[in-house]
Design a protein around this ligand. Structure first.
Ligand code: EPS
Length: 389
């Protein structure tokens, strides 16, 4: 059985829940490191008032005993602190009262799932759509990704993320070793290395907030320490770069993905795109460059995975956008109560989480076993095979 997970839960419901199936036994869980990832996602300049209410912590309620996985499904819960303000509106049982008591939504917000979801599911209270489509769901995906991250750390695989641009302000390429990149971006409220860019981004986010608008950006994720051969060229749905692309675009508000130099490959001749193959006793096969972002033929080539995602501006705007009331069919201008002006730094953490999950899944497909011991033996055996090639 391959590694998989499902999530459930609404943004103002009691909790977000994930069930992860296919994790091996005897994986040591570092609870502090798990919660650290959740805290990282909550940070970032440009978040709204909701983040002052939430203090995300993960509770594991199945599949782990005395700090180690047992091989059973792992169930993870992240509680919503805001739930206490929504117990009636979000009650699973019927409640008394009309639209106001239910906080019924009949005015779809452009850019959200509201209208499409309402029509598709025949729901006349759009709250039933927006509660689930909210990016709050990314909190539990970060918890799931944190477990994948811990699994991969056993094999020397590391992941980092940083912000490439916000609202058109592009940060200079950091070009740093992964540890330094992690340390420097962690200290930045917009997850960039360059101090001058950081200040300009903060000023733009503040201005955008004052204007009642929102801005998006581009984030990059880097995964190092990979063996050659995760994923496969033999079938379309086994290509790991393709799976990563799907995972990235599945993040709320993400509209695009690039691997390596991405769209720039269209503008360059082949001689400036492909990564020449080198061999030394010490490093074995490796590449003179990494323009293809660690992938050829849907498989890892041993170079770091480099993937970028594009996040559109958050569509919940204080600045009104025109829409149509589903009751009256009349035009109105959407108004909001609270929103984030920019969630790009947080999205960088979410992207790390979904990418690392896909890598863990492919890793288990290749070296799969029921226990960490079995997987480690399979992995070491493969490394010997690669070294002898
Ligand atoms: C979100 C709207 C806001 C954000 C939320 C995502 O929530 P609310 O509607 O409660 O003000 O704060 O993000 C989170 C709660 C989170 O944890 O990231 C949306 O509509 O997507």
């Amino acid at each position: 059985m391959s590694l998989r997970y499902l999530t459930a839960g609404e943004t103002h419901g009691p909790q977000l829940t994930a069930i992860i199936e296919g994790l091996p036994s005897n994986l040591t869980i570092d609870f502090e490191a798990l919660n650290f990832q959740l805290q990282r996602r909550q940070k970032g300049h440009g978040r709204g008032r909701r983040m002052q209410i939430e203090q995300d912590t993960a509770q594991i309620v199945g599949g782990v005993r005395h700090g180690r996985t047992t091989g059973a499904p792992v169930a993870v819960v992240v509680a919503n602190n805001d739930w206490k303000h929504w117990t009636s509106v979000m009650n699973v049982e019927p409640i008394e009262g009309g639209d106001e008591a239910k906080r019924r939504v009949h005015r779809p917000r452009p850019g959200h799932a509201d209208l499409n979801g309402g029509i598709k599911y025949e729901l006349h209270d759009l709250r039933n759509v927006l509660e689930r489509s909210s990016a709050r769901e990314t909190a539990i995906r970060v918890a799931v990704g944190a477990i994948a991250r811990q699994f991969l750390a056993n094999f020397g695989i590391r992941v980092a993320g940083h912000v490439v641009s916000i609202g058109g302000i592009v940060a200079p390429a950091p070009n740093l070793p992964i540890d330094e990149l992690i340390e420097r971006t962690e200290a930045s409220p917009v997850r960039v290395v360059d101090a001058e860019t950081e200040q300009r981004m903060i000023a733009l986010i503040d201005q955008t907030k004052t204007d009642g608008d929102s801005i998006g950006g581009v984030v990059e994720c880097i995964v190092t320490g990979l063996p050659i051969g995760l994923g496969s060229h033999v079938q379309w749905d086994r290509k790991l770069d393709g799976r990563i692309a799907q995972a990235v675009v599945s993040i709320n508000a993400f509209k695009g993905v690039e691997i390596g130099i991405g769209f720039e490959a269209a503008n360059q001749p082949g001689s400036k795109v492909h990564d020449e193959i080198l061999y030394t006793e010490e490093r074995g096969y490796h590449r003179a460059s990494n323009r293809l972002g660690g992938f050829e033929g849907g498989m890892t080539n041993g170079e770091p995975i480099v993937v970028r995602g594009v996040m559109k501006p958050i569509p919940t705007l204080y600045k009104p956008l025109q829409s149509v009331d589903i009751d009256t069919k009349e035009a109105f201008s959407a108004q909001v109560e609270r929103s984030d002006a920019c969630a790009v730094p947080a999205a960088s953490v979410v992207m790390e989480s979904v990418v690392v999950w896909e890598v863990a899944k492919a890793f288990l497909e290749k070296f799969g076993g029921d226990s960490m011991e079995e997987i480690k033996a399979n992995y070491e055996n493969y490394l010997k095979q690669v070294a002898a090639y």
